[in-house]
Design a protein around this ligand. Structure first.
Ligand SMILES: Nc1ncnc2c1ncn2[C@@H]1O[C@H](COP(=O)(O)OP(=O)(O)OP(=O)(O)O)[C@@H](O)[C@H]1O
Ligand SMILES: [Mg+2]
Length: 323
């Protein structure tokens, strides 16, 4: 296509309502004899937090670099905020925390942020930049040179850099690997606040509990391919509700059975709830049980953890290859 035709394509793309933060299809990348990415496709919607999971060498960082236009794929297409990944207009609205990075050690934290704001071209006032440092817990280190920062402090600064220029899409490649437990909890809150502001997030982390708590959807990569993807309820399947009850009459038992498949062992009842994540099911059930004269001692939701599911998927992939 020639220049004017490309411009026209651009205009059409930019005018589409709410293009996803990322759309990619059929991504492939080989490094010499090593296939890093092998036919990967997925979408990250606006305001959605997507978790990218998989073992070391699965291709997660390679996919991220392709999405950001930092690595050219051998095949496949990417639209970043509705535009080709290499378009500087989309890049300016993306915040990126790389997996491995070092800032110029002679700069102070404030100077690093200033530099990135200038590079992004966004007009971010000094007060907002200071707030951003405070948000990652570096307010009192703003004037210190980053050469003397601890590993976790560097990672916090990296997060501030990813967030400072008011991005519409944030890509975090292992944002909490060096953080202390408090820092990890802060990042969780931070991700949820981004989501509230309709900012999309792609989160790559080996801390699966973390992914499970914040992500709307998960893509699991294994050997360069998408081994599984979906919302957490889709991936984790049915939910179970374990209850300890007494005074359960026939009406109450019928009510329990209406909520899902019921098993009973003494005062312990287990209801297998439908897979859809309807937050109203459990409170409505408990209210009805109480009304029917049941004494409710314990209500415990349960389902297999994402970690168990991930291990199942990866092990199944292994046995397929070496039967
Ligand atoms: N620049 C490169 N040159 C050669 N091979 C590379 C390069 N980058 C990635 N690879 C290879 O591609 C594969 C995927 O690497 P990638 O960094 O994407 O994995 P990852 O899923 O991010 O792993 P980790 O969890 O360890 O960060 C690996 O086999 C790696 O050796
Ligand atoms: Mg990686």
């Amino acid at each position: 296509m020639t220049g004017p035709a490309l411009d026209a394509v651009d205009r059409v793309l930019a005018e589409l309502p709410e293009t996803p933060a990322v759309w990619c299809s059929g991504l492939r990348k080989r490094y010499r004899r090593q296939t890093a990415v092998d036919g990967v496709s997925f979408t990250v919607g606006r305001g959605e937090v997507l978790g990218l999971l998989g073992p070391n060498g699965a291709g997660k960082t390679s996919v991220i670099k392709i999405l950001l236009g930092l690595v050219r794929p051998d095949a496949g297409e990417v639209l970043l905020l509705g535009r080709p990944a290499r378009d500087p207009r989309s890049r300016a609205r993306v915040g990126y925390l790389p997996e491995l990075f070092r800032y110029q050690p002679w700069l102070t934290a404030t100077e690093v942020l200033d530099l990135h704001v200038r590079l992004s071209g966004a007009a971010v006032p000094a007060a907002e930049r200071r707030e951003c440092l405070a948000l990652v817990g570096l307010a009192d280190r703003a004037r210190d040179r980053v050469g003397g920062f601890s590993k976790g402090m560097q990672q916090r600064l990296g997060l501030a850099v990813a967030l400072v220029a008011r991005p519409e899409f944030v890509v975090l490649d292992e944002p909490t690997s060096a953080l202390d437990p408090l820092g990890r909890a802060d990042v969780r809150d931070l991700l949820l606040s981004l989501k509230d502001r309709n900012v999309a997030v792609l989160l790559n982390s080996h801390l699966i509990g973390e992914v499970e708590r914040v992500c709307d959807r998960v893509v699991i990569l294994d050997k360069g391919r998408v081994a599984a993807s979906g919302t957490l309820p889709e991936l984790l399947g049915r939910r179970e509700l374990r209850l300890r009850l007494d005074g359960v009459g026939p009406d109450a038992e019928a009510r329990l059975a209406a909520a899902g498949a019921l098993t009973r062992s003494g005062d312990a009842f287990t209801v297998t709830l439908p897979a859809e994540d309807d937050a109203a099911i459990v409170p409505a059930l408990v209210a009805d049980l109480v009304r029917l004269g049941v004494r409710v001692h314990a209500v415990e939701p349960g389902r297999i953890s994402l970690e168990e599911r991930l291990l199942d998927i990866l092990r199944a992939g292994d046995t397929e290859e070496h039967p």
